[in-house]
Write a new protein. Structure first.
Length: 189
């Protein structure tokens, strides 16, 4: 909900996420005035169109497969008004993702909490699979938490093809918000 929090001062916003826990965090951050929907980017249907639809923080990688990318592009494009814009911040391409690069350990130290996060990555059938491990210490105990992030590695041609197949005129901004670029799809008039 962070982007919605920043954008809602100037725009009417809504959000979609598959994870109920993340929706709860967003609801806490945004309050009751911002509609939030639980849905899968590959098949959600809000029954309405918007001037702009965004898929940021490289979350498009969670579409996992080329078929999933195509379904997600179609679902998002269905929500874009004629002349409107779909903005997708991509995950790494197959040539950019290096599973040998070790993520840095992240340490958090607070008076009542200590936490460390480490991760290792591998490539499985064209997907980046990242195994995150957390050790969280509070007075009286230590907890181990594990998260697996399984994300599709799509080529530029695959992004372009998915957006064009969804009926959008496509542009590619090589820099984007974080250096990974942005895919921009305009719904034709």
């Amino acid at each position: 909900g962070r982007h919605l929090e920043l954008l809602r001062g100037r725009f009417v916003v809504e959000g979609v996420d598959l994870d109920a826990g993340l929706l709860a965090v967003a609801r806490e951050r945004l309050g009751p005035d911002v509609p939030l929907h639980r849905g899968d980017m590959r098949r959600f249907d809000l029954g309405r169109e918007f001037d702009v639809v965004t898929c940021l923080f490289s979350s498009i990688g969670y579409a996992r497969t080329l078929a999933g990318l195509r379904r997600a592009a179609r679902a998002m494009a269905r929500h874009v008004r004629r002349g409107g814009l779909l903005i997708i911040e991509p995950w790494f391409t197959p040539t950019q993702f290096d599973p040998q690069v070790m993520g840095r350990a992240i340490l958090v130290e607070r008076p009542d909490l200590r936490a460390v996060r480490m991760n290792a990555s591998r490539i499985v059938e064209g997907r980046s699979v990242m195994d995150f491990r957390y050790l969280v210490s509070r007075p009286g105990g230590i907890r181990h938490i594990r998260e697996i992030h399984d994300m599709g590695l799509f080529t530029d041609d695959q992004y372009r093809g998915a957006l064009e197949a969804a009926g959008l005129a496509v542009e590619h901004d090589l820099e984007g918000l974080t250096g990974r670029g942005l895919w921009l799809g305009t719904r034709r008039e």
